[in-house]
Design a protein around this ligand. Sequence first.
Ligand code: SF4
Length: 449
Amino acid sequence: MKKQRVSLISLGCAKNLVDAEVMLGHLPPDRYEITTDEASADIIVVNTCAFIEEAKEESVETILDIAEHKESGQCRLLIVAGCMPQRYRDDLAKELPEVDLFIGTGDAPRIVELIEGWNAKAPPSQISTPDYLYDHETPRLRSSPFYSTYVKIAEGCDNRCSFCVIPDIRGTLRSRTIPSVVLEVERLVAEGVKEINLIAQDVTAYGIDRSGKSELVVLLRELVKIENLQWLRLLYAYPDGISDELLDLIAAEEKICNYLDVPLQHIDDLVLKRMSRRVDEAAIRQLISRIRHRLPDATLRTSLIVGFPGETDIQFNKLLAFVNEGLFDRVGVFRYSREEGTPAADLGDQIPARIKRARYHKLMKAQSRVSFRKNRELVGQIEPVLVEGFSEETELLLRGRSIRQAPDVDGQVYITTGRAEVGEIVPLRITDSTEYDLIGEIVGSGEEE
Ligand code: SF4
C-alpha cells in the first residue's frame, strides 16, 4: 500500500511543539512518510495555539491558507489539533467547515486511530478530556536540531491566574515521574543532544501534584549526573517557586545554565492582585535580590502584560519605571487579551486597544535600551556558545547561541572568526553587540587576538 504523506505545522510554544513531535512519533514509518512540503501531503495537521487573540488569529489564518491545498494539492485530510479545538470544541467545526477532523490537546497518542477511523460522515470533533501526559516510552519524532531539544516535565497548571485560559485547555497539573524524565534525557543525550530545555506551564510546580511539594531540585540533582549532558536550561518558573535551594543548585552545577525565565506579568500590587498572582511587589523585589545575590551573573528573562483591565496610567508608568531599572536582560511583552471564560474577562475597565498598543511599544522600547546596554557590558567577555550553523545572511558567518540565549525566544551570536562543527560548544570572545544579538570570535582559533 502506498505510504500516506503527512505534513505537520506546529504553532505557538515549545510545549505545543513537543505534542506535535509525539503525534509524528506515533505514525508508523511503514505506513506514513513525513514531509515538509504541504503541497504534496495527503494529510496535513495544524497544531494550534489559542492562548491569546493574536495566537488564535495566526491559527485561523494558517488553517485557511493550508486548506487551499485541498483544492490545489494532494491533501485529502486536514486535521486541526491542539489548543484551539480543545478550547472551542464543536463551535470551531461550525466556523471552519474546510477542516475534516479536530482533535484536542490530549489526543496526540490517538492520531493513527483517528486518521484511520476517519470517515466523512463521522462527527468532525474528536476531543478528549485533557489529561494526557507523555513519558520516556512515548514515541517522539524530534523536529529540533540534533543538539538541542525540549523536555516537558509536567503538563497543565493549577495556578489559575485570572487572565489565563491554559488551565482550561491543558487541564490540572500532572507531573512526570523523576525516573521517566531521567530516562528520556539519558536517551536524548546518548543520541547527541547537548542542550536540554526543561519546560512546563510552571517548572517550579513540578511534583506538587504527587508529593505536595516541588520536586524540581530533586529532579535536577538526578539530571546533572548524566554524563555528556552539557546545558540544562529551565524555562517558565513561577516567582514564588524559586527557592534558595534551587538558586544554590544552579550556582553550584555547571551544567545548569545560569539563566532564569520568571514571568512576573506586572509590578503594581493592585494589578497583581487582580491578576490573582501570588506575589506582590515586595516579594518580587526580594526575589530579584535573592537571585542577584546568589547568581550575580545570571541572565534574567521575564514576561509582562500591559493593558490588564483597570491598569491606570500611574500603574503602567510604575511598570515602565520598573523595566527602566534595568533588572532584566530580556523582557517579553504581551498586550492583555480578553479571553472568555477567564475571571479577568468579566472585570470592568477593559483598556482600549490603542492604549494597549501604545503601552506595549513604550515598554518594548524601554527594554530594548536596557538590553542594548546589557549586551554591551558583555563585550570582551568569553562565553560558551553552541554553534548552530551558517547565518541566514551569509555563509561566511557562523551563528550560534550563547549560554545566555534560550532557543526560539532570545537572540543569537554571529561568529566572525574561527571554525567549529554544528552542535559543538566553543568558547567565544564577544567583540560587539546589538540589543538582541552578540558578535564574537572563537577563542583559540589563532585569529582572534
Ligand atoms: S502560571 Fe502560567 S499557565 Fe498557569 S495560570 Fe498562570 S499564566 Fe496560566
